[in-house]
Design a protein around this ligand. Sequence first.
Ligand code: FAD
Length: 534
Amino acid sequence: MVSGMEATAPDALNPTERALLERYLTNLDGRVFALRNLPEVVKGALFSRYSRTEKSLRRVLLDEFLVDPDAGISLDPTGSLPDERISSERAEAFYQRVLVGYGDDSVAELAGAHVAIERVSTLAAKALEDSRIGLSPLEKSTRYVRFDRPGPDGRFLYHRGEELRHPAYEPALDSLFRTFSELLTPVLEHVRHRFPQHEGEGDRAWKSATRAKAFDLLRGLLPAATLTNLGLYGNGRAFEYLITKSAASELPEVRALSGELQSELAKVIPAFVRRALDERYGAPAAARLEAVRRRLSMLAPPASGGPQGPEVRLIEHDPQAEAKVVAAALYPHSDLGWGELRAVGVEPARVLDALLGDRANRRHKAPRALEQAVYTFELSANFAAYRDLQRHRMLTQDRQLLGTGLGYDLPAGLAEAGLAGRFAAAQEAAARAQERISADLGQSLAQYAVPLAYRLRWFVSANLREIFHLCELRTTPEGHPDYRLAAQEMFRRVQEVHPRLAGYARFVDFSQADELERRSSERRIDEKLAQLGG
Ligand SMILES: Cc1cc2nc3c(=O)[nH]c(=O)nc-3n(C[C@H](O)[C@H](O)[C@H](O)COP(=O)(O)OP(=O)(O)OC[C@H]3O[C@@H](n4cnc5c(N)ncnc54)[C@H](O)[C@@H]3O)c2cc1C
């Protein structure tokens, strides 16, 4: 057998070259190696040039980047990391030349950045997370963090922009946060009484699990204006589109974030976000997106009510789905064309069993053949549940504006604690304020005043592979009951039309147990901490 090392054509590096390269590559002889200690833009440009030359990457790096002072790569032999900002600024013209000469739009996928975005409304966070390929978001959790603590000025932490100047706004939002604060202690006491500490259960685990349950019960009081923090990791191409698209938002807060994102990313991956807002590409694209939104909103018929309860409807599916999945499963193993394979009578049960019958846990991914079965659902669920489900990226979804017309969900656990009245009164007062704000400032801005308990409608088009993933992940017992219910209902709709296909998603959990969702996860954390010695 030939190992990776032996299979590599040697680069014939002399000792000086080896010493130079060592700092930037994880090995100098193997055929697989990683880049390190190089600014993001350099890595993107290097790969871009690499795709248009016969040279090895080591030779390109040596001959065309490290020796050229314009490339701005510090050759400081002390081995300290190059300063990304200085390197990138100095090297601007150099990289423009490389990218113009050897790159296309996809080169911007070769450089990435981590961005922290702080003190933004939950509404704006959702807009920034509404991206799929190329971006990975992670947002501060309403389950683990208290959101009702006031800021240094003593005021609750929610978005207060100039655009939201309205006499009903701050009183309504203050009242929601105050209700959250006032209910927290009685809710926590109730939860701890209802789910007492088990024998052998550590203090930390029990306290964390009961606290998470109390936060879960109360999160519906938080308005969409609640300030949150999020981390975004993404590649340059995805960031470029996010910046352009955010510049077209109807929300001034999101438009401002577009500019801030652009200027901060320009410090680390300048070559890849330059066009995001420029006169030639970005600005006209954003203006067009805004014009399209205006045109469509004038054409859309007015609202006429909606379901008054959580609901998941299957609005489209393909009656041929199973036959297509079977053909797609056999296709790579056959030399018949697609049409011929569809026409051959193969026993679907045998093919599906061979394809899926041995899945032992949800991490045994459903195979690509399942992407042939596509479903469209319409969901009506509370905004908090939407926030959780919207993070799934391998599907097509779009939502309607937040409002109070579809009603709100009252968590059963609050009624049990005798605290439903307080929660309901706060929700109803918020709805009255939101209606006034909507009448005066418009429905878009009034979204900020809508508490997370209120329902909205959205559609989801997804293939069966993603439905397996989403429904198996989002029905695990540690999940929040609201999104668990939505995922369970989505899956029931699939079972109704395609019972045999659905039968292979064995890890969708339909249990309705009224339990302490985080209990077993927290126990596992304790066990792992004990193994790690603290
Ligand atoms: C119990 C629980 C708690 C959570 N808490 C939080 C929280 O506090 N804050 C928060 O922000 N999120 C939270 N999440 C959401 C989570 O981080 C994911 O964003 C969300 O579940 C999307 O699922 P996914 O990434 O598995 O897959 P999807 O986006 O549905 O994609 C499907 C699959 O495609 C692949 N894939 C998609 N995109 C990429 C990519 N960029 N790179 C590599 N592979 C990719 C993966 O294999 C993935 O499993 C929580 C999820 C759960 C289940």
